[in-house]
Design a protein around this ligand. Structure first.
Ligand code: GUN
Ligand code: FE
Length: 459
């Protein structure tokens, strides 16, 4: 890949409450898609000599100068989503979670047994995510090992960074949609881990994940086997649905009466630690919160799904942030009807206002800055990618969006008196995918002017 450089305004998050605005900044991206240099607040006349100091020239490192209505932000990180549910988004609102699974979702996922179907669906899902600036997605595939490998190959072919896992589920699903046995589920998971690792030896874009769907769908033998697998693969992340709904929590308790709560249950099977990605995390007791914090688990907050299926369920995100826990945002498609991280940020904000009322002001509503943090740096921390993506710094990989506030969309119009902070807030609260004009993953353009389908990876 050719090196490239950008000159213009960069915006990224430094902490949950601090957004950094860097106008007049030169960013140099090397041939591996890494940020080689970042020079803030320079004058355009300094660019040639700064390129020289990185051993480039204007011809070896082409420059893109952003217009005054454009800025660069880090790509969005969707910490929880389901590729096999891409076509069912929007359907089945208000159903209790367990009914939504049994009456609608399992049948959709079962279709991924057909490789052609899976390939077409996943292509649409990944393209839809990239279009909306999702440069990293943390996917649940279906229970099928072949479909999971198709998902990995399609992510590599289209250039999306991804964490992905075959769903483990050997009971309480449907006779026609569950793993044959704990042993077959574990063998398939082992295959997926080694084949995904073998597929991607060059780019480091795709990572396998151990994915017990949730305890309801897993026998103790399967959970124990997955715990063993996790010990054998200390770098492989683990994801599950966790304390998501009252019905789910109660059913789990009845299946595993020997454990006081879900934290005790998953911990006993060796599935909780710094590489665990826990989706939802709504109904935790004080004691569970302390243990989840101590174990260093990450939380994937999915406010759209939490408030439009089952009931209006409000996760204690302010408390998680107060404790310094890792929190990212998830679209949770198709439990969530929206595949947009912008909409997910807005839903997080709305839900946090409900939480503020519910707690008589104790849990203060989230700010726009906190939403942006969770969608970028927070998500990177949850996915174990904080050293690679989520913000702009020398040595980080270039996963980024060029946002245009000046296109003909529906974003609140920019007015002459608007400060950059105001323009950014307008984008976060009213912009959409039309404002995301170019998208880069590890330096490769995956949406916009010069998208190349030649990623050295053929389906
Ligand atoms: N719990 C178990 N499976 C699922 C799923 O597919 N979506 C959601 N939101 N919760 C689940
Ligand atoms: Fe989910």
């Amino acid at each position: 890949m050719a090196p490239q450089s950008f000159f213009g305004t960069l915006i990224h998050s430094l902490s949950p409450t601090t957004v950094e605005y860097l106008p007049q900044t030169l960013l140099i991206i090397d041939e591996d898609g890494r940020i080689a240099a970042l020079h803030p607040l320079i004058s355009a006349s300094a660019i040639p000599s700064l390129l020289t100091s990185s051993n480039y020239t204007p011809s070896t490192c082409p420059l893109t100068t952003l217009s005054p209505t454009e800025f660069l932000i880090p790509g969005f990180i969707d910490t929880h989503t389901h590729a096999p549910q891409w076509a069912q988004r929007g359907v089945g609102r208000g159903l209790p979670l367990l009914t939504w699974l049994s009456d609608l979702t399992f049948a959709n996922e079962a279709r991924c047994h057909d490789a052609d179907y899976a390939q077409t669906l996943f292509h649409s899902c990944i393209t839809g995510g990239l279009k909306q600036g999702i440069t990293t997605a943390c996917y649940y595939s279906s229970l099928h090992a072949p479909a999971t490998l198709i998902l990995a190959k399609t992510c590599l072919a289209l250039g999306q960074r991804a964490l992905l896992g075959k769903c483990n589920m050997d009971r309480n699903a449907a006779s026609w949609y569950q793993d044959e046995s704990a042993a077959s589920s574990l063998a398939d998971t082992h295959t997926v881990i080694s084949e995904v690792q073998a597929l991607d030896q060059n780019t480091g874009l795709v990572t396998p994940v151990i994915t017990p769907r949730f305890a309801i769908c897993c026998t103790p033998a399967l959970l124990a086997g997955l715990g063993d697998l996790a010990r054998k693969h200390p770098a492989v992340p683990i994801q599950t649905h966790f304390n998501e709904s009252r019905g789910e929590v109660d059913f789990t308790r009845s299946l595993f009466p020997e454990y006081a709560d879900e934290t005790a249950l998953y911990e006993a099977f060796g599935l909780l630690g710094e590489r665990s990605i826990l989706a939802h995390a709504i109904y935790l007791s004080e004691g569970e919160m302390e243990r989840v914090q101590r174990l260093g688990c990450g939380i994937a907050h999915c406010p759209v799904a939490n408030t439009t299926m089952d009931a209006f369920m409000v996760a204690p995100v302010r408390e998680y942030l107060r404790r310094g826990m890792k929190v990212g945002l998830g679209t949770d498609c198709g439990g969530g009807y929206s595949s947009s991280m912008l909409e997910t940020m807005r839903a997080a904000f709305v839900v946090s206002v409900a939480r503020e009322s519910e707690t008589q002001g104790r849990d203060e509503a989230l700010s726009v800055a906190e939403g942006f943090y969770m969608a970028t740096v927070g998500g990177a921390r949850v996915c174990g990618l904080e050293g690679k993506v989520g913000r702009f710094a020398v040595g980080m990989e270039f996963d980024a969006l060029v946002v245009s506030a000046g296109i003909d969309g529906v974003m609140a119009p920019v007015q002459s008196q608007d400060a950059l902070q105001t323009v950014f807030e307008k984008f976060l609260m009213t912009g959409d995918d039309r404002n995301i004009v170019r998208v880069f993953v590890k330096g490769r353009e995956v949406k916009g002017g010069s998208v190349s389908r030649d990623f050295g990876f053929v389906l």
